[in-house]
Design a protein. Structure first.
Length: 188
């Protein structure tokens, strides 16, 4: 940033050209709005991972129906039950992650928020690794669910605030997402 136009109010000799959440949003030491955006991005990424890992669950009931034609029939029945259970588990996991990552007051503007931040999913994994958060396909959904628990929330949120958000979202997309959050209905 050029001298004098920084959000901190002056020249920063250690300025690397990147900006963090607590630097971008005025009064955002809590970083609520931008942390909500990052949590939502984490949720989108986790949901994508869950869907990719369980994509094969849908053909299982069909395979089970075909196996009912073969003896012993209990194998076909077991495959059908397993397939239905996996599909139900996938649905529950996606719902749980989406509820944990987007506060209730922002759900009415979720479509606009998704459109504003969709491109940031690709860059988020590298930033997660950089700040020491899990980014693997199995660990990410688990960490997103744990983000809602009180034990690990403060540590995870402090790591989220250390993410250099300009590596995740271009400034125009972040501004658009922040506007969407500002226009969200007030909590009841």
């Amino acid at each position: 940033m050029p001298e004098g136009d920084g959000v901190r109010g002056g020249f920063d000799p250690g300025n690397t050209g990147t900006w963090r959440v607590r630097d971008v949003v005025p009064g955002a030491d809590g970083g609520r709005r931008t942390t909500a955006i990052l949590r939502y991005l984490l949720g989108l990424l986790a949901i994508d991972h869950v869907r990719a890992l369980t994509r094969w669950a849908f053909p299982l009931p069909v395979v089970g129906l075909l196996l009912l034609l073969v003896r012993p029939r209990w194998i076909g029945l077991a495959v059908i039950v397993l397939g239905v259970l996996l599909i139900a588990a996938r649905f529950i996991a996606v719902r749980l992650i989406s509820r944990r990552t987007l506060p209730r007051r922002y759900r009415p503007v979720e479509d606009e928020l998704r459109a504003a931040v969709e491109a940031g999913k690709a860059n988020l994994r590298g930033e997660l690794r950089r700040v020491g958060m899990p980014s693997s396909a199995l660990a990410l959904p688990r960490s997103v669910v744990l983000l809602g628990s009180s034990d690990s929330r403060s540590t995870t949120r402090s790591r989220l605030r250390d993410i250099e958000i300009d590596r995740v979202l271009p400034r125009a997309q972040l501004d658009r997402a922040l506007r969407v959050l500002d226009e969200a209905p007030a909590p009841r």
